[in-house]
Design a binder for this molecule. Structure first.
Ligand code: SF4
Ligand code: SF4
Length: 496
């Protein structure tokens, strides 16, 4: 067992109100610079929808992430030698039209326009060419299903749905939708890292944050192709790649990342996970429908004495082990099995997990109303307005049982809490739904508390960093074991 520590995250999608405050907090802090205008290290997408860059989930188009070929795990992009021989030819990159052309407005004209009978206007002007432009796309162009007859129909996740399911989904006047906020997943097996020909991307030894060394980056952009989530961006002014750094300077001083701190819906949780790095390759090669369970099995119990001993052997100190024991991420992902990785079939082993949204499913009860008391919910899962197959494609690699179990448990907890607080559901019905899923009343109350009434310190369990100790370990002759994803072609790299 090779125990490593990872700062991991959970987003609870039922609580996201799509306000984009997170995106703005990040933009103001990190990407309000020339060359970075189009970058949204945090963005929020409406689903169904095509996202940003458009259709990023379609790997037949972008060739991101990993695939199993024979018995081996390979980058979809091709072998490293192939990457090197194609340094000047990379057809799998998103182009500006896939993101959008960043723009501003001629605001000064509102103040400086000469007197006229017409009201002055501020025209859009390209931040790339400096010329007037017509706006044709933006990072949240299909927000709240705006233009969905055109855009949402191109969502790659609709591929498995029948014509009838599609027709039902696009009864526009009754449509439901939900939001998916996205940041870099700080994967355990990062495609970006493995694809970089300059060895500029590394995973920090102490917390697993994936970073681009700006001194080493040569701007080849294979990281952009290698990342299936399209969460590395090329700065066209600096000629370097940039990505989310999980606000590590904030975390090192005990503060939550800016998007977490500012989140209006309080949907975000952050904490340490301990995992077995020895099993990364084996887990990343799992059959698609078993990926979620396999990734869960990689996460170790921080209270297990064997795990604690192995963690100490690897230089993980007791404060980090203590933080792992209190981690809300461990509870949501492993203990309660409620939080699931997004598109685990990309095989990068993402460490951002999502609690799937309940409302778009519940809202489709047969009688057309949202009613907790009628007992219809479990029988109507098959008829939900957002088809279970669509949700399974997003969060459980097509395995419908996994997503159904998570949704049933969320519903059972809600029913139980309603019975306890409002009293219009019988206790017997509330508890029988839970016992079917092996969920105890204590667990239900804990899930409800961490979902609806968590304190700051419950949501963000940030371990004390003591960065100076880490630097000492990194530079000592024995050295802290550096963390990298799988890939025998990936040399072990340490911090800058
Ligand atoms: S491959 Fe994973 S770690 Fe790398 S940029 Fe994409 S999401 Fe982040
Ligand atoms: S700030 Fe929070 S609630 Fe608002 S869009 Fe971002 S993740 Fe959702």
């Amino acid at each position: 067992m090779d125990v490593r520590a990872q700062v991991a995250t959970v987003f609870h999608l039922d609580k996201c109100i799509g306000c984009h405050t997170c995106s703005i907090a990040c933009k103001n802090l990190w990407t309000s610079r020339e060359g970075a205008e189009y970058m949204w290290l945090n963005n929020v997408e409406t689903k169904p929808g095509t996202g940003y860059p458009t259709q990023w989930e379609d790997q037949t188009k972008y060739q991101g992430g990993w695939e199993v070929k024979g018995k081996s795990l390979k980058l979809r992009l091709g072998r490293r030698l192939g990457v090197l021989s194609n340094l000047f030819f990379n057809p799998n990159l998103p182009i500006m039209d896939d993101y959008y052309e960043p723009w501003t407005y001629t605001y000064e004209h509102l103040f400086n326009a000469p007197p006229s009978s017409e009201q002055p206007t501020a025209r859009p002007i390209s931040k790339v060419t400096g010329k007037f432009m017509d706006i044709e796309a933006g990072p949240n162009w299909d927000d709240d299903l705006g233009g969905s007859p055109v855009y949402a129909r191109n969502d790659p996740n609709l591929a498995d749905l029948s014509d009838a399911e599609r027709a039902a989904l696009f009864r526009l006047e009754q449509l439901v939708f939900f939001y998916i906020p996205r940041i870099c997943n700080h994967c355990l097996n990062p495609g970006c890292l493995a694809a970089c020909p300059s060895a500029a991307i590394y995973k920090r030894a102490e917390d697993g944050i994936v970073l681009v060394n700006q001194d080493k980056c040569r701007g080849w952009r294979f990281c952009v192709s290698g990342c299936p989530y399209k969460k590395v961006y090329y700065n066209w002014m600096a000629g370097k790649s940039e990505k989310c750094i999980l606000c590590y300077p904030r975390m090192e001083t005990g503060q939550a990342p800016a998007c977490f701190h500012s989140c209006v819906g309080r949907i975000r949780y952050l904490g340490v996970l301990l995992y077995d790095a020895e099993r990364i390759e084996e887990v990343a090669k799992s059959p698609e429908t078993e990926m979620v369970a396999a990734q869960r099995s990689l996460i170790l119990d921080p209270k297990d004495p064997t795990v604690i001993a192995a963690a100490r052997m690897n230089g993980i100190n007791d404060e980090w082990i203590g933080a792992a024991k209190k981690s809300p991420v461990y509870r949501f992902v492993k203990e309660w099995a409620l939080a699931l990785p997004l598109h685990a079939e990309f095989r990068t082993l993402p460490t951002l997990f999502y609690v799937p949204p309940l409302l778009p499913i519940a809202a489709s009860s047969k009688r057309g109303k949202y009613d907790l008391t009628d007992g219809e919910f479990f029988s109507s899962l098959e008829d939900s307005r957002i088809p279970i197959r669509y949700m399974a494609r997003l969060f459980s690699c097509g395995n419908e049982e996994i997503i159904k179990t998570a949704i049933k448990k969320l519903w059972a907890v809600r029913t139980y809490m309603r019975a306890a607080s409002v009293g219009d559901i019988s206790d017997q019905r509330a508890t029988s739904a839970m016992s079917e899923l092996g969920c105890t009343p204590e667990e239900a109350r804990e899930i409800a508390r961490l979902t609806s009434l968590p304190r700051w310190s419950d949501r963000f369990v940030i371990p004390p960093y003591q960065r100076e100790d880490v630097i000492q370990q990194l530079t000592s002759p024995i050295g802290h074991k550096a963390q990298v994803g799988f890939g025998s072609n990936v040399p072990v790299r340490r911090g800058p």
